[in-house]
Design a binder for this molecule. Structure first.
Ligand code: PLP
Length: 375
């Protein structure tokens, strides 16, 4: 890593040493996992081992882990792989869910970004009365605010009305238990690079009885559910990162303390600061901070110059900055003034001290500039 203070784990976590070593070893395996010779079998062994690790982590079955190119593809497969379903998603999902099914019906959320279970029940009832098959897709934890959704309650309701449930657990993995049985879900999406694995590899885990139409065809890989030679090196890294994530779940308590200290110190420094969904169940590593009057992008650039990496609350893709649909749905007044600070296993108390110092200086400079302009 560079010597920047890195507080952008929800965007991507640094590659962990175990994953790097596993990948380097896998690079020496020439074979294609579909080949029957010894080299092919060695590659197959790596893939099968990872499948078991990931199945254990999710309380699933290794036969039903489908490797994909990441969380985005896993979400697209889940949302488009079931035939003839009406899809319900919340309005605060990741774009890879929202844009995978623009025809989906939206489950409303409250001012904290938590889905409205009564509204969902009414939607399920109407669909069931109309004889429709339904897939409900709700994320476990939000990437921008960290807000945790009541997924097990969604699962219970869905069962009552014969609907299936998909859960995007990309941000929750390694930070919260993600157990398919307890969550009462039929499909779960995960991604390696959020837990210290490589970018470009993820998985969709499915429950028994879920039949998917492949979205990438050609080749019978992944039991005809996703064509293409498996990314053996990425899968080896995913395996190691998943083991490390499980072994380090207890560290989340330290991360919670650091995040809470950060919020307390900033709030005492800046009474105008808003912390999105502060009183709600949130991921312990995530803080969405709104500093009225100061665009998130400006904050990101000022902090970057001072050696601190964070994200703005707005999504930035293809060079365009879009205001956060999540914060807008929550009715936040100035969604454009949000930044996201997200911690991870390598974060330290010194990182928090640096962030608080640099952020306070940035805010002070901005306030002085404003006062000069007003004078
Ligand atoms: N879902 C959520 C909640 C995410 O935060 C992300 C990535 O930021 C994704 C899905 C997409 O995952 P990937 O980057 O592996 O495609």
């Amino acid at each position: 890593m560079t010597d920047q203070v890195y507080l952008d784990y929800n965007a991507s976590a640094p590659l962990c040493e175990d994953a790097k070593q596993a990948m380097i070893a896998a690079m020496d395996v020439a074979g294609n996992p579909s080949s029957v010779h010894a080299s092919g079998r060695a590659a197959r062994k790596i893939v099968d081992h990872a499948r078991r690790t990931i199945a254990d982590l999710l309380g699933g079955d290794s036969e039903r882990i489908i490797f994909t190119s990441g969380g985005t593809e896993a979400n697209n497969l889940a949302l488009n792989g079931l035939e003839d379903v009406t899809v319900f998603t919340s309005a605060v999902e990741h774009p890879s869910v929202i844009e995978a099914r623009p025809d989906a019906k939206r489950i409303p959320v409250d001012e904290n970004g938590v889905i409205d279970l009564n509204a969902l029940e009414a939607m399920l009832k109407d669909a069931s009365d109309a004889g429709q098959k339904v897939l409900v897709s709700v994320m476990l934890a939000n990437n921008e605010t960290g807000v945790i959704q009541p997924v097990a309650k969604v699962g219970l309701l869905a069962r009552e009305y014969g609907a299936k449930v998909h859960c995007d657990a990309v941000q929750a993995l390694g930070r919260l238990p993600v157990d398919m049985g307890r969550l009462l879900v039929d499909m779960v999406s995960i991604s390696a690079h959020k837990i210290g694995g490589p970018k470009g590899i993820g998985a969709l885990a499915i429950a028994p009885g879920v039949m998917l139409v492949p979205q990438i065809r050609g080749g019978g890989q992944e039991k005809y559910r996703r064509g293409g030679t498996e990314n053996v090196v990425g899968i080896a890294g995913f395996d190691a990162a998943a083991k490390r994530a499980e072994a380090n779940m207890a560290r989340m308590a330290d991360i919670a303390q650091m995040r809470d200290r950060l919020e307390t110190e900033l709030a005492s420094e800046a009474p105008e600061l808003l912390i999105a969904a502060k009183g709600t169940d949130r991921l312990v590593n995530t803080s969405c901070l709104i500093l009225p009057g100061m665009p998130g992008e400006t904050q990101v650039m000022a902090l970057d110059l001072a050696g601190v990496a964070i994200s703005s609350g707005s999504a930035c893709s293809s060079g365009k900055v879009r205001e956060s649909h999540v914060l807008k749905e929550m009715g936040v007044d100035e969604p454009g003034s949000a930044i996201r600070v997200s911690l991870g296993l390598e974060s330290t108390d010194d990182d928090i001290d640096t962030f608080v110092r640099v952020w306070s200086r940035m805010r002070g400079n901005a306030a002085r500039k404003k006062a000069r302009h007003a004078a």
